[in-house]
Design a protein around this ligand. Structure first.
Ligand SMILES: CC(C)(COP(=O)(O)OP(=O)(O)OC[C@H]1O[C@@H](n2cnc3c(N)ncnc32)[C@H](O)[C@@H]1OP(=O)(O)O)[C@@H](O)C(=O)NCCC(=O)NCCS
Length: 326
């Protein structure tokens, strides 16, 4: 193996809006119950941004924490990639708003729109900039205010989602080109636009001129999730040159406890190695993987040097996986 540049995660941060909405809170306003939601999804509660609190606010807080952990300041940041499907405005990108709010200098900043797969896509995009020497300090952020896309009369969707943000800081570091290197070791990204009708938002600037609401055929999404994610995970592991048995922690997109378990079972991954935050956060779309990662680092489960496997699937349909050594 020859020496190579790797994108290494040197800081992780998270931010959750203060307001907690429990299943019982929802049961007061729509025809649902704590028992139904828990049994079908594992979700107990979600966070909800208050009026005036935007995706870029959540993203900026998470980014500040990640930079502090990395020992970097806003002045160091030369690339910001935000994965989001709930931007403050149709344009400009949330990334440029984060840049302004952080006080980061002129650099590269843009959003990636791959819905719940957004963080894996954004990580792969930023990795390409970093390993080509085009960025020395990159912020990759997943940030969402998904509660703003909910039709609060549709009980089959509105109980599933929540708000939050997570961020990582990447920097180039020399590696040996082996699986012992720290950094992003392998990724696999997928999309299939023929499956749009399974999960989409029924509005937008060039159709209705409105934001629209999230629509989903839940059981179809469920079926595709388990089958498709497994293939991408195997492809990402192969591109990294690792076996699934070497993975220390499996960090899935937090959509539904049953999907998490279904994918892990299909891949032969022990439940004890799966990070799950869906009970407390619900589905925060592009924010869910970095939020789960930040929590498991903070509580001491994930340690430096360990091998992490991330995966996600979302609207598009899009899906993908990434293998990262912390
Ligand atoms: C959404 C999901 C939990 C629904 O579970 P399901 O077992 O497929 O349930 P169904 O949609 O078949 O609905 C079953 C019944 O529950 C009812 N129901 C739906 N939402 C409900 C709610 N919040 N509370 C109570 N009952 C509800 C339905 O109306 C239906 O009633 P009926 O049989 O009288 O018609 C499940 O399909 C799922 O998790 N899908 C994946 C969704 C996901 O994670 N998407 C994001 C991917 S990024």
């Amino acid at each position: 193996m020859s020496p190579t540049l790797r994108s290494v995660v040197i800081g992780v941060g998270d931010f959750l809006p203060e307001q907690v909405v429990t299943n019982d809170d929802l049961a007061k306003v729509i025809d649902t119950s704590d028992a139904w939601i828990r049994e079908r999804t594992g979700i107990r509660q979600r966070r909800k941004a208050v009026d005036g609190q935007t995706t870029s606010d959540l993203a900026t807080h998470a980014a500040e924490k990640a930079l502090a952990q990395a020992g970097k300041s806003a002045a160091d940041v030369d690339l910001i990639v935000v994965a989001t499907t709930t931007p403050d405005l149709t344009f400009p990108a949330v990334a440029t708003q984060v840049q302004r709010k952080l006080g980061a200098p002129v650099g590269i900043a843009f959003d990636v729109q791959a819905v719940c797969s957004g963080f894996v896509y954004a990580l792969a995009v930023a990795d390409n900039f970093v390993v080509r020497g085009q960025a020395k300090c990159a912020l990759v952020i997943g940030a969402e205010t998904m509660t703003r896309l909910m039709d609060w009369t549709d009980r089959s969707t509105c109980v599933l989602f929540g708000d939050g943000a997570g961020a990582v800081v990447l920097e180039p570091q020399p590696g040996q080109g082996t699986t012992a290197d720290r950094g992003v070791l392998g990724v696999a990204l997928r999309a299939d636009g023929t499956k749009q009708d399974l999960l989409y938002v029924d509005g937008g600037p060039s159709t209705t001129g409105t934001t629209g609401y999230l629509r989903m055929q839940g059981n179809q999404v469920f079926r595709h999730a388990v089958v498709n994610i497994a293939e991408a995970v195997i492809a990402a592991a192969r591109s990294a040159g690792v076996s699934l048995g070497e993975v220390d922690w499996f960090i899935p997109h937090q959509a539904n406890q049953r999907i998490l378990e279904g994918v892990a079972r299909r891949l032969g991954i022990d439940e004890a190695r799966v990070i799950s935050t869906v009970a407390e956060h619900a589905n925060t779309s592009a924010a869910s993987i970095p939020l789960a990662m930040a929590k498991a680092i903070a509580d001491g489960r994930i340690k430096p040097g360990q091998l992490l496997l991330m995966e996600a699937m979302g609207g598009g349909l899009t899906w993908g996986a990434a293998v990262v050594r912390l």
